[in-house]
Design a protein around this ligand. Structure first.
Ligand code: BV8
Ligand code: ZN
Length: 250
């Protein structure tokens, strides 16, 4: 079984890097697969990350997102994020598509990151959808599990919600369209730290493969691969991505 070598990144005309929670794991951001720590252990993210949960208990859901936002504010980009930003400067064209709602790719120096599932940094009114610019109280890192009443919209007094895509909500039209165009055009797709369980984002590696791209999975677990143009690199993103960058730099 031939191992994928980073040099192939240099020869690619368009690289897409598709990331999930695993790319931020070594920055200390809990992934969905790991039980969330503390109080959140008894909640299922797929239940909490819904409009219904917010309608039923806005303070619980807003508190969970504020806790997650505090983890992101306290976190730093790890060497996987940094290697991806370095790769973007090295290869002919690189597009980052992420399922993550943190801004660690941006803070590592990536531009034009496509957020399929929104962002913790773009809260908006649940009633009139206007962006919320107000300050929200800065939680310190350890206060997990606090219920926090969401702030109110200045315009209509509606409750402010996180700027993320909840289960049952459509992906932002523009982001999904832009992502599909990049995935269809690329000749190499790196899928980094995703369990591939959430639709329609999970289709991305298959779409890339069907359009003739080489697909490389980077994950702690082995991924099933189809044919000799698909590879599974097993290990931590923060170790494998810098290694691929070094090989690409040769
Ligand atoms: C939609 C934002 C329809 C919120 C997220 C079929 C059956 C059942 C349900 C559905 C279905 N098809 C569609 C659905 C509904 C649903 C869905 O897919 N459900 C799942 C549970 C089956 N999909 C939706 O609702 C989507 N919308 O389909 O709309 C529609 C159409 C028209 C009109 C109206 C509606 C919207 C889904 C978006 C949900 N929002 N995030 C928030 O963050 O709170 S999803 C969220 O979970 C993430 O964004 C991400 O996508 C997903 C988690 O996945 P990962 O990122 O992969 O993370 P995970 O923890 O799972 O895995 C981590 C991986 O990293 C692991 O593999 C691990 O091994 C690896 N790893 C860990 N550490 C490291 C590592 N790898 C490398 N290095 C390490 N150090
Ligand atoms: Zn409003």
């Amino acid at each position: 079984m031939v191992e994928f070598q980073g040099q192939r990144l240099r020869d690619a005309s368009h690289v897409v890097v598709f990331t999930g929670a695993g790319v931020s794991a070594e920055s200390g951001i809990p992934t969905f697969r790991d039980a969330l720590t503390g109080l959140w252990e008894r909640f299922d993210p797929a239940v909490l990350a819904t409009a219904d949960a917010f309608r039923k208990d806005p303070a619980l859901v807003w508190g969970w997102y504020e806790w997650r936002r505090s983890k992101v504010l306290a976190a730093k980009p790890n060497s996987a994020h940094l290697a991806i930003a370095e790769l973007a400067r090295l290869v002919t064209r690189l597009t980052v598509i992420t399922q993550n709602v943190d801004d660690l790719h941006e803070r590592a120096g990536c531009h034009g990151v496509i957020h399929l599932h929104g962002s913790l940094h773009s809260p908006r009114c649940f009633a009139c959808a206007r962006p919320f610019e107000g300050a929200t109280d800065q939680l310190n890192d350890h206060e997990d599990g606090r219920r926090i009443e969401p702030p109110r919209c200045r315009h209509c007094n509606g409750k402010v919600r996180p700027g993320v895509v909840w289960f049952g909500e459509s992906l932002p039209e523009h982001a999904w369209r832009e992502a599909l165009a990049a995935v269809r055009d690329c000749d190499l797709l790196l899928s980094v730290g995703t369990s591939g369980l959430v639709q329609p984002a999970a289709e991305i590696p298959r779409i890339a493969r069907e359009h003739g791209a080489v697909v490389v999975h980077v994950n702690l677990q082995r991924e099933s691969v189809h044919g000799e143009r698909e590879f599974s690199l097993i290990g931590k993103a923060a170790e494998i991505l810098p290694r691929l960058l070094t090989q690409a730099n040769k």
